[in-house]
Write a protein that binds this ligand. Structure first.
Ligand code: CA
Length: 250
């Protein structure tokens, strides 16, 4: 199995700034060891940019500089500690610097250790698993709309156009202490994992994402085609995708 990880970020067609950020590390020679981070920042002026850039850099530094063993316990505790550290740094900067007041960011992290993938999530950026026969959303959004969906107050159709669609209930940097959803699963040859900001998932639906990822074999072309489709549908927000492909070797 050979792993390819590529990312694309685009300001979109409406926003003046790109407050999304992503980082890919590892996967040298296609080996299944590395991590990817995607963050979608929020806050006035350019504070969202500051928050998302801080998150990707701090989490990447922590993951790169930690001695991480192979056990689930060690890996999960290291990922959690890296998110805690980023949360703390962003929170401290937001309370000590008025230009950055109230800033925060989503974060979705994938850490691959051989065939075992770990995903950590806070906010409404997403991870999807794309298999031969379809697409599955791996993460659950921390959003008002997700809560309304779970309680049965609104339908999935209503969720797509809900006025509070972009209000998240959790973010890195907005509270002194946070917690995260952590998922662990095994990947198979032929699978793809997509990380994306809501600038993608708000503009195109899951079946369209699935169609594009089955249509384009080349990972760079696939990632660019996703961004292009989001822009064709309005590009109302910043669009970021990270695509990890688990390629069968001949
Ligand atoms: Ca966004």
């Amino acid at each position: 199995m050979k792993v390819s990880a590529v990312g694309v970020t685009d300001t979109g067609l409406v926003r003046a700034l790109n407050e999304d950020s992503f980082l890919i590390s590892g996967f040298e020679n296609g080996l299944p060891y590395g991590f990817c981070i995607l963050a979608d920042g929020m806050g006035g002026h350019n504070a969202g940019e500051v928050a998302s850039a801080m998150a990707t850099e701090i989490i990447a530094n922590e993951l790169s500089n930690s001695e991480i063993g192979n056990s689930e316990e060690e890996i999960v505790s290291t990922i959690t500690a890296s998110l805690d550290y980023a949360n703390n740094e962003i929170y401290n900067k937001s309370v000590s610097n008025s230009a950055n007041a109230g800033m925060g960011t989503t974060a979705v992290v994938i850490y691959l250790n051989g065939k075992t993938a770990y995903i950590a999530n806070i906010g409404d950026s997403r991870a999807y698993l794309i298999e031969e026969d379809g697409i599955t959303q791996l993460t659950t959004d921390h959003s008002i709309v997700q809560k309304l969906l779970e309680s049965g107050s609104i339908t999935p159709e209503e969720a797509r156009n809900h006025p509070e669609k972009n209000i998240i209930t959790k973010a890195l940097g907005t509270e002194p202490v946070e917690d995260y959803d952590i998922y662990e699963f095994s990947v198979q040859e032929g699978d793809k994992i997509l990380l994306c900001s809501d600038g993608l998932s708000d503009m195109i639906d899951d079946s369209q994402i699935n169609d594009i990822l089955h249509q384009f074999i080349n990972p760079d072309e696939a990632a660019n085609a996703l961004v292009a489709a989001a822009k064709e549908n309005g590009g109302r927000d910043n669009i970021t995708v990270v695509l990890i492909s688990f390629i069968k070797e001949d």
